[in-house]
Design a protein around this ligand. Sequence first.
Ligand code: ADP
Ligand code: MG
Length: 377
Amino acid sequence: MAQEDFENAGAECMRFAAPGRVNLIGEHTDYSGGFVMPAAIDFRTVAAIRGGSGGIRIDSENFHETVEYSATEIPSAGRQHWSDYPMGVAWSLSQEGIRIPGFELSLSGDVPLGAGLSSSASIEVATAFALLALAGREMPLARIALACQRAENDYVGARCGIMDQFIACAGRVDHALMLDCRSLEYRLLPIPPEVRIVICNSMVKHEHAGGGYNTRRREVEEGTRILHRFRPAIAELRDARETDLNACAGQMPENVFRRCRHIITENKRVEDAAAALERGDLAAFGALMVDAHRSMRDDFQASCEELDILVEIASTLPGCCGARMTGGGFGGCTVNLVRQESAEEFRDRIRERYRMATGFDAEVYLCRASGGACRLA
Ligand code: ADP
Ligand code: MG
């Protein structure tokens, strides 16, 4: 059902929105306690909610589908359906001791689904805000983010770090957020007003994307175990320096060494990128994006031909300060910082040249860093 019809039919409802996100730098660092730098974008999921008469009814305008559940028996695991996301949040909040009453929820989003811009975190966080309001409860943002991450990890069954849910909660207009994924401390960093965040969707997702992500996580875990034996203070890769890794090079397979080198150097790049934004140094920031892409391509080996082509084309276009693949890899999107006045031309040129090179029509989104989840009037 259209969300508008939901709002007009029946008792008054409350509305909440949560954004998608793009990661500017810091890829695959989140699950080893490292640093990431996402920005919330101006694409979002809106959740409209009202109390129900005992049961649970959830409608997705995107999927043109309504599902019903019993409020007294929230299933304890997902069933491979879009409703796992909101139901996972209901389950996760009830695990935190929040009593979830019956409700009617309408979901509608313009975050492209499955493109790596985290429509999943946006639907989770919008749902969490809605359910907490209905239950009359408040929670610190970090706890909301953790509850949503648990929904995705343990209920939906998708491994993901804390970044997506955290930025969907705590994003700030015209700012990126550097997050310490271990302590959840963060710093807001101004994005210079002269640039736009331009996201290019390669429109490909390679078959092995999910498997590749899990393989990389295993390789990182293996490297961490070896480094921990070498220096017990290394609990996560975040604690390791390049010199530690070099000292262990002989004890680990080449691929594991490279995965670790990506993460260790990437953490340093995020810190340098934060300093660059703080002093408004776009050239330095752009150079770090380029290095980060190379590291994902060559050391982490999670890029793909289409993403490399997009980055390659971007680097030749006027006004582009930096470009790199973003997200888990093996397809999905690139993120580009492009001077405001060149952004539209950048969009047209990159689409044209990507089509010539690959035959695919890229979708290109001109974004602004936006705020985190909120209640709508
Ligand atoms: P991403 O987070 O990159 O967009 P995911 O595979 O993690 O990709 O999450 C996408 C899934 O989230 C969709 O396939 C769907 O199940 C769910 N989802 C996101 N937004 C909505 C929505 N508005 N309505 C219903 N389900 C949604
Ligand atoms: Mg997701």
